[in-house]
Design a protein around this ligand. Structure first.
Ligand code: CUA
Length: 171
């Protein structure tokens, strides 16, 4: 069988393109450092009208700021339209802070403005995100998923204070 010279060229070019496409998709998926959340913790879900699994949870039943023995900090927050609880959070600068957020009714968002803390909060899952704040000051907390008529009012404040000024959390 005779294949025309130009046809061969086009065949070769399209093969190169396919390899390039696969390469860019692979690079975008794994090469750029994006990671899916792993070890996602779940929480029992009894429906939007029944927050009892959260109210009976050892941590979310009493949400707040806890200091661990190694100096890291866990912040437990519940989200129920149109409130975060607590909505006024204080943490010290330069410590590892992990936010754990559980939705009691519908999907919410949990974003701390001016930082890379930004996660969706899905009923039945515990959204977790760790960071360290090196700048003291006030940061706004906003819900960035439409969750109901007062979605725009759903927010709070995070205050990052110098180590010596920290109130020590709630534990
Ligand atoms: Cu919660 Cu929007």
């Amino acid at each position: 069988m005779h294949i025309h010279k130009y046809e061969k060229l086009w065949l070769a070019a399209s093969l190169v393109l396919i390899v390039l496409f696969i390469g860019t998709v692979t690079y975008g998926a794994v090469g750029m450092g994006f990671e899916m959340l792993e070890d996602e913790e779940t929480i029992e879900w009894a429906g939007a009208d029944d927050p009892s699994p959260i109210l009976n949870h050892p941590e979310f039943s009493d949400p707040g700021v806890r200091e661990n023995e190694d100096g890291s900090i866990d912040v437990y927050v519940t989200a129920a339209h149109p409130n975060f609880n607590p909505n006024d959070i204080e943490v010290p600068a330069d410590r590892e802070v992990t936010f754990h957020v559980a939705a009691m009714d519908v999907i919410h968002g949990f974003q701390i403005t001016g930082t890379n803390v930004n996660t969706m909060v899905i009923p039945g899952e515990i959204a977790q995100i760790s960071t360290e704040f090196d700048e003291t000051g006030d940061y706004g907390i906003v819900c960035n998923e439409y969750c109901g008529p007062q979605h725009h009012e759903m927010g709070g404040q995070l205050t990052v204070v110098p180590e010596g000024d920290w109130d020590g959390g709630d534990n």
